[in-house]
Design a binder for this molecule. Structure first.
Ligand code: ADP
Ligand code: MG
Ligand code: ZN
Length: 636
């Protein structure tokens, strides 16, 4: 850190030393001496009390003779009176006083050296030692201002291996080559193969990019230099570029090694995206980075890894051959991957034998490695809180909910009326889901409010990982989303604000059916908006006229109206069941899937054959497994 703090310490030290030296010198001079008047000296001389006299500069140093009257140890000094000096010597001789002639023992250089230079040297050495140890503790050099002060983290051993990274097999595969290169670079150099200078790890936050980079260094047993892109930008102009230079210098000294630049989008943002003018500092830093990457010799064994979750904003120059020409995709893990990650992390905690990680993985679609690691830890904390010796399944399930829906908010009190509304709303979702064919089974219904804003929720879990969603599934999904509000209408003949989130999601899904997936007769397979092209605020870009947009709205509304009608019909036809389940939910606050299905099956014994796909769309996002309900007043 180029902080004022250390500079301040140094200033204090220097002034302190100087004051101390001055004080010491004056004390030393006056120590054991006593200044007397010249007349007193003359008196002493005539009384023969003087043994010896030294003449120094313009002072007399007098050594007294007797121990009785005057203590022998004390020297006296007196100012010389110039007019008396010639007679003084004669008088001294006559009195039989030894005298040391003028200037003898009086090399001014020697004096100056002894009084100032030598102590200064001593203090400087002490200072070095003190600040040296401070430097080690605080990270960078006090004595070297202006040099690199970046937070470069250098690790000689990361201690991570590929075994620590689960569920990213493809990413690992493409990084194995880099490990091999760092291990035996001669092999490659001999054949004349040019190795990639850098690889870009691309993926959403928490998927294990940093972990992978460390694992590469760990596997290759080389040092790991890491630096975060955002730490470049906060600096003064020019500092970022200096840091880059310094980083590469250090890396070349330590080669073979890995240089890891995290969040590279912070510096590598496209230079011509020009929002609100350029950022000079960032641009300079980026240019320096590009220059360094071109300039250094890859055969030395420095491999640069960078990570980003926004590859689309990166400057094209960064992605050119010879720079980050390799992309390693680190994606959100699938079911198998999640299970593997859970396995890795559950090694660190004591788990009871009957824990079923697969079912935990099933319940957490969309969770990334960091979530899962967090979840396992949360479960361990719960186990401790409940005084258990090992984590059991229940802890894991509770921790899933903590991660997904925020911690249970026990202190929030709902009025009975509110509770009733929420219960019917949730059961509305669940019942519609249970009675439609192309839906995911209900896992849990609860009306316990959560900190994240849901007053209750219905959790549906897919039976298996799905990558394709059929048209029927999409319309049924919309119907389920609208089932909450429909139940309120059927039961209370009134509506509340609690369905805002449902409405938003349902509308979005319906619109996507019209504009992206070609699921309406009216537009057939015409693409009406493109997924890759979005406005800066994330709104999709429509490739159509204003008239067509009006028709899109019409079509969307049609889908929603149909689904809404369907939901109402289902619930009206099963009003007794709706009421019965809702009453049970109000009483118990949480209903598990099997309990719920038991009640449903009491009325519809053979209800469970699902899943026949016909029209299919590619969509992963639509696997929203829970329907959260928010009350507007709660969100504020
Ligand atoms: P990113 O850099 O992609 O944002 P990190 O590498 O920092 O994610 O991951 C954060 C933490 O999450 C890791 O330290 C690790 O504990 C856990 N984690 C993430 N992905 C994985 C994975 N694939 N396997 C095991 N643990 C993971
Ligand atoms: Mg990271
Ligand atoms: Zn709802």
């Amino acid at each position: 850190m180029f902080s004022g703090k250390k500079l301040k310490y140094l200033m204090y030290y220097v002034t302190g030393v100087l004051i101390l030296l001055i004080a010491l010198n004056s004390v030393m001079k006056s120590f054991g001496t006593k200044h007397i008047k010249y007349s007193t000296f003359e008196k002493m001389l005539s009384e023969k009390k003087i043994e010896e006299v030294q003449i120094r500069d313009n002072e007399l140093v007098i050594v007294p003779k007797s121990e009785k009257d005057v203590e022998k140890k004390i020297l006296y000094t007196a100012n010389i009176e110039k007019q008396n000096i010639s007679t003084l010597l004669d008088r001294l001789k006559a009195a039989g006083v030894n005298y040391d002639g003028p200037v003898k023992n009086n090399n001014p250089f020697m004096n100056f050296f002894l009084e100032w230079i030598l102590p200064l040297l001593v203090f400087m050495i002490i200072g070095r030692i003190i600040f040296g140890s401070m430097e080690k503790k605080m990270g960078s050099g006090v004595m070297s201002f202006g040099k690199n002060n970046a937070k470069i983290y250098a690790e000689n051993e990361t201690g991570k291996t590929f075994a620590d990274v689960a569920g990213q097999d493809e990413a690992k595969e493409s990084l194995v080559e880099i490990v091999d290169f760092l291990h035996n670079s001669e092999k490659y150099i001999k054949i004349g193969a040019k190795l990639p200078k850098g690889a870009l790890l691309v993926g959403p936050p928490g998927t294990g990019k940093t972990l992978l980079a460390k694992a590469v260094a760990g596997e290759a047993k080389v040092p790991f230099f890491s630096l975060s892109g955002s730490s470049f930008v906060e600096m003064f102009v020019g500092m970022g570029a200096a840091r880059v230079r310094d980083l590469f210098k250090q890396a070349e000294e330590k080669a073979p090694c890995i240089v890891f630049i995290d969040e590279i989008d912070a510096i590598g943002k496209s230079r011509d995206s020009g929002m609100g003018g350029g950022n000079d500092e960032r641009e300079q830093t980026l240019n320096q980075l590009l220059a360094q990457m071109d300039g250094f010799d890859a055969s030395k064994g420095v491999v640069i890894l960078a990570a980003t979750n926004r590859p689309e904003v990166l400057d094209k120059a960064l992605l050119r051959p010879g720079r980050f020409d390799r992309r390693v995709i680190v994606d959100t893990p699938d079911l198998k991957g999640r299970e593997a990650i859970l396995k890795v992390h559950s090694k660190e905690v004591k788990m009871s034998d009957d824990v079923n990680l697969e079912s935990v993985a099933k319940a957490t679609p969309g969770a990334v490695g960091a979530d899962l690691a967090n979840m396992v830890n949360e479960a361990a904390l719960l186990a401790v809180k409940k005084g258990r010796k090992a984590v059991i399944q229940e802890d894991l399930e509770e921790s899933i909910e903590i991660i997904i829906a925020g911690k249970e908010k026990k202190d929030r009190i709902m009025s009975d009326r509110e509770k009733r509304t929420v219960a019917f709303h949730e059961v509305g979702h669940a019942l519609v889901a249970a009675l439609l064919k192309h839906t995911d089974p209900v896992h849990k219904i609860t009306i316990i409010p959560r900190t994240m804003g849901a007053l209750g929720y219905t959790m549906q879990l897919p039976e298996e990982e799905k990558y394709l969603v059929s048209k029927e599934e999409m319309t049924d999904k919309i119907t389920v989303m609208l089932g909450g509000r429909a139940a309120e209408e059927v039961e209370f003949n009134a509506i509340s604000t609690g369905a805002s989130n449902d409405i938003e999601k349902a509308t979005q899904t319906a619109r996507n059916m019209v504009t992206i997936y070609g699921m309406t007769e009216r537009f057939d397979m015409m693409a009406l908006e493109s997924v890759s092209n979005r406005y800066l605020d994330g709104r999709p870009v429509r490739n159509c006229s204003a008239q067509t947009e009006a028709i899109i709205d019409e079509e969307t509304l049609k889908i929603i109206k149909e689904s809404h009608g369907k939901a109402i019909k289902i619930l009206e036809d099963n009003r007794e069941l709706l009421t019965a389940i809702s009453e049970r939910l109000i009483e118990k606050e949480t209903l598990m899937g099997d309990e719920f299905m038991e009640m449903v099956n009491g009325v519809f014994p053979e209800e469970s054959s699902k899943n026949e796909n016909s029209e299919i769309s590619l969509d992963k996002e639509e696997q929203i497994e829970d329907t959260k309900d928010t009350k507007e007043e709660q969100q504020n």
